[in-house]
Design a protein around this ligand. Structure first.
Ligand code: NA7
Length: 584
C-alpha cells in the first residue's frame, strides 16, 4: 500500500523490522502470522545475521546444537538434523536459510539495504524510516532485531593504509576461502573469535604471531559428531527440554548445581571441577557449584583450577606466564571455549606478543610495530571484537520525541526498560536490547522470548485501539537500578576490559547492560507486565486528544520485580505451554 506525502512516495506499513538473524526471522514470521503488514531490511545479501559475516576458519557456536535453534515449531525442531555437538558457523547459516525457506520469509525482506534513519513523527504517532535505497516508509512500529555482536570494531592503527599485505576482521570475513600455507600471519585479539581462528591458522601458517592484550581463561569445547541416539532422545523429549530451557537461568536445559563449592571438601571441589572439565562447555560454570559466579573465594578455587590446566599445557615458562589470567575473576569476561588453544603455543610456528608490555604503535608497509620491534606479515587479522550492543542501533540515526537522538540519550551507556523500550522513543521495540538478557543468555530461546513479548504486545495494542506505547522514565529508572543492583552480585563488574560494558573499545566502562537475575526470571517479569496490560508503559488510545497513559502506568519497584521473578509452579508451566500453542 502506498501514499504520497510532500511530493515523495511513502510506503505505509504496520511494522518495519531491521535484521535477518534469529530474532529478525522469527519476529517477521510472528507478526505476519498475526496479520500485520511487515517490511524487513537487512544489510547482508541473505539471512543469517552475524553468522552471515563471521565466516573465519574455525567459527563455531559454543552453545550446543540442540540448544542453538528455534523451539517455537516442534516439527522444525524435530526435522532438522545437526551433525556435531556444537554447530559450525556454516551449519548455523544453513539452518537459518532452511528456516527462511521453510516459512517463506525472504518475501518480507529487502537484502543489501540498510536503514539510515528512523524519525518519530509525534503528530501521527508513526516512524518515518529511510532506507539506503532512498525508499521512505511510514510505520506504526519500528522493531530492531540487529543483534548485539554485529558491527565489527577495528582499532584505528596509524599506517594501516600503508600495509602492503592483506588485513581482515574476523567479523567481516570474505566469502572466498583463504589459504594460510606458507604465510606469515598476525592475529590481534584473544577473545572467542581469536581463540577459534588461532587454533585453525596454527595448523597451516608458516608462522603465526598472536598479539594479546588481556590473557583469557578458556574451557574445553569437547566437540564431537552428534550421536544419533542422543539427538533422537532429545527430540523425543522436546516438550520437557524446551520448557526447562525457557525457564532456565541461561536459556539452556541443563542441570544447574545448587551445591556451593565452599560447602564441600577440597577433594570434592577438585573432583566436581575435573568431571565438568571432562564434559566441556559452560556446564563447567553452571553444573559444578552454584557460588562460582557470585562468591570471590569460590571463584578463585575454580580460576586456580583453570590456571593449573594452562600450566599443565604450556611448556615455555615465559609464554605460560603471559597467557595466564591473574587480574580478574573467572567469568568476569565472556569465556571462550577451545579445542587446543593453549597447545598451539607449544608449536615452533607460533609466537606470542604481550601488548601490555609492547603495545602496537603503527602498521608499516611490511607489518606492524609493537614495542620497539617491527614484525613482518603477509596477513594481519583483527579478532578485536565488536561495537557490542549499541553499534548497530547507533549506526541508524534514530530520532525520538522532540528531536531527541538515541545517540545522545545513550551517551553515558545504553539502557532500555526490560531491554525493549526507551523513554522518548515510542513504538520502538529493541529486541535483545540493553537491560534485557540478550547478551548473557543462549541466543535462540532468548530471541524467541523477546519476539513473543514484542509480537504479543503489538497485537494487544492493535486489539485495544492503542496507537502508541512508550517506556516511562520512572519505570525505566527503577528497572535500571534493579539491573545494576543484580549485576553487583556477579563477577561481571570485575572485568578489566569487556565488550559487555564497552571498555573493549578503550572507553570508560558503562553500567553492566544486562539483567543477571536469570532468563527464566526475566521471562516471568515480562509475562507479568504483559498480563497486566502493559500498564508500566505509557499508552495512547486512538482518537484520544492527549496521551492519557500518563497516569495509566504504575512504575514497578524492585520488590515487584523480585516477587514476580519467583520460580514458576508446574501448573503455571503447563498453562504457559498451552499459550505457546499460538506460535506453532
Ligand atoms: P571479544 O570477546 O571482544 O574479543 C576481542 C579481543 O580483541 C580481546 O582479546 C580484546 O582484548 C582484543 N582487542 C580489542 N581491541 C584491541 C586493541 N585495540 N588492541 C589489541 N587487542 C584488542 O570479541 P570476539 O569476537 O572474540 O568475541 C565476541 C563474542 O562473540 C564472544 O564473547 C561470544 O559471545 C561470541 P581485551 O580482552 O579487551 O583486552
Amino acid at each position: 500500500m502506498g501514499s504520497v506525502t510532500n511530493g515523495n512516495a511513502v510506503t505505509e506499513t504496520d511494522v518495519v523490522v531491521v535484521g535477518a538473524g534469529f530474532s529478525g526471522l522469527y519476529v517477521v514470521h510472528s507478526l505476519a502470522k498475526l496479520g500485520f503488514n511487515v517490511r524487513a531490511f537487512e544489510k547482508a545479501p541473505d539471512v543469517g545475521g552475524t553468522w552471515y559475516w563471521n565466516r573465519y576458519p574455525g567459527a563455531r557456536c559454543d552453545s550446543e546444537s540442540l540448544t542453538y535453534c528455534y523451539t517455537f515449531d516442534e516439527q522444525l525442531f524435530k526435522d532438522w538434523v545437526w551433525s556435531e555437538r556444537y554447530p559450525s558457523g556454516p551449519e548455523v547459516l544453513k539452518y537459518l536459510r532452511h528456516v527462511a525457506d521453510r516459512f517463506n520469509l525472504r518475501r518480507y525482506f529487502q537484502f543489501e539495504t540498510a536503514i539510515q534513519s528512523a524519525v518519530y513523527d509525534e503528530a501521527v504517532r508513526r516512524w518515518t524510516i529511510t532506507a539506503s535505497t532512498g525508499e521512505v516508509l511510514s510505520a506504526r512500529f519500528f522493531v530492531t532485531a540487529v543483534g548485539n555482536l554485529s558491527v565489527p570494531a577495528t582499532p584505528t592503527v596509524p599506517g594501516i593504509d600503508t600495509f602492503q599485505g592483506q588485513w581482515l576482521h574476523t567479523g567481516r570475513w570474505p566469502l572466498e576461502p583463504i589459504d594460510f600455507t606458507g604465510k606469515r600471519v598476525a592475529v590481534i585479539g584473544t577473545g572467542s573469535s581469536g581463540v577459534q581462528v588461532i587454533q585453525e591458522i596454527a595448523k597451516t601458517a608458516d608462522h603465526l604471531t598472536v598479539f594479546q592484550r588481556t590473557p583469557t581463561f578458556t574451557i574445553p569445547l569437547r566437540n564431537l559428531p552428534l550421536d544419533p541416539d542422543v539427538q533422537r532422545l532429545w527430540k523425543s523429549n522436546y516438550r520437557e527440554l524446551t520448557k526447562k530451557s525457557r525457564y532456565s537461568d541461561g536459556g539452556l536445559p541443563f542441570f544447574v548445581s545448587e551445591k556451593p563449592l565452599k560447602g564441600v571438601s577440597a577433594e570434592e571441589q577438585k573432583e566436581g571441577l575435573e568431571r565438568a572439565w571432562g564434559i566441556g562447555g559452560f556446564r563447567f560454570l553452571f553444573g559444578t557449584f552454584c557460588d562460582i559466579g557470585s562468591d570471590h573465594e569460590a571463584n578463585k578455587v575454580a580460576a586456580d583450577f583453570v590456571r593449573g590446566k594452562i600450566a599443565d599445557i604450556v611448556k615455555d615458562p615465559a609464554t605460560r606466564e603471559t597467557l595466564t589470567p591473574t587480574a580478574y575473576p573467572l567469568g568476569a569476561k565472556r569465556i571462550p571455549l577451545d579445542t587446543a588453544y593453549f597447545q598451539v603455543y607449544n608449536q615452533d610456528n607460533v609466537s606470542l606478543v604481550n601488548l601490555q608490555v609492547d603495545p602496537i604503535s603503527k602498521m608499516t608497509p611490511k607489518g606492524l610495530v609493537a614495542g620497539t620491534t617491527e614484525h613482518e606479515f603477509d596477513l594481519v587479522i583483527f579478532a578485536t571484537g565488536f561495537e557490542a550492543i549499541t553499534g548497530p542501533l547507533l549506526q541508524m540515526d534514530i530520532v525520538g520525541r522532540g528531536g531527541q537522538k538515541l545517540n545522545d540519550t545513550w551517551a553515558d551507556g545504553p539502557y532500555a526498560y526490560m531491554g525493549v523500550g526507551v523513554p522518548g522513543f515510542p513504538n520502538l521495540l529493541t529486541l535483545g536490547g540493553p537491560g534485557g538478557v540478550g547478551v548473557i543468555s543462549n541466543v535462540p530461546p532468548t530471541a524467541e522470548q523477546a519476539v513473543e513479548f514484542a509480537a504479543e504486545c503489538i497485537a494487544y495494542l492493535r486489539d485495544h485501539q492503542i496507537d502508541e506505547i512508550e517506556a516511562t522514565t520512572e519505570a525505566t529508572d527503577l528497572w535500571n537500578e534493579h539491573v545494576r543492583a543484580m549485576a553487583q552480585k556477579t563477577m561481571y563488574p570485575y572485568a578489566p576490559s569487556s565488550w559487555y560494558n564497552g571498555s573493549n573499545l578503550g572507553k570508560k566502562p558503562r553500567p553492566f547492560p544486562a539483567y543477571t537475575g536469570g532468563f527464566g526470571k526475566y521471562r516471568r517479569i515480562c509475562d507479568a507486565v504483559a498480563a497486566e496490560g502493559y500498564t508500566s508503559f505509557k499508552t495512547h488510545r486512538q482518537g484520544d486528544k492527549e496521551v492519557t497513559g500518563e497516569d495509566n502506568y504504575k512504575a514497578h519497584d524492585p520488590e515487584w520485580y523480585i516477587r514476580v521473578a519467583s520460580v514458576p509452579s508446574n501448573a503455571e508451566l503447563a498453562s504457559w505451554e498451552g499459550r505457546s500453542a499460538m506460535w506453532t
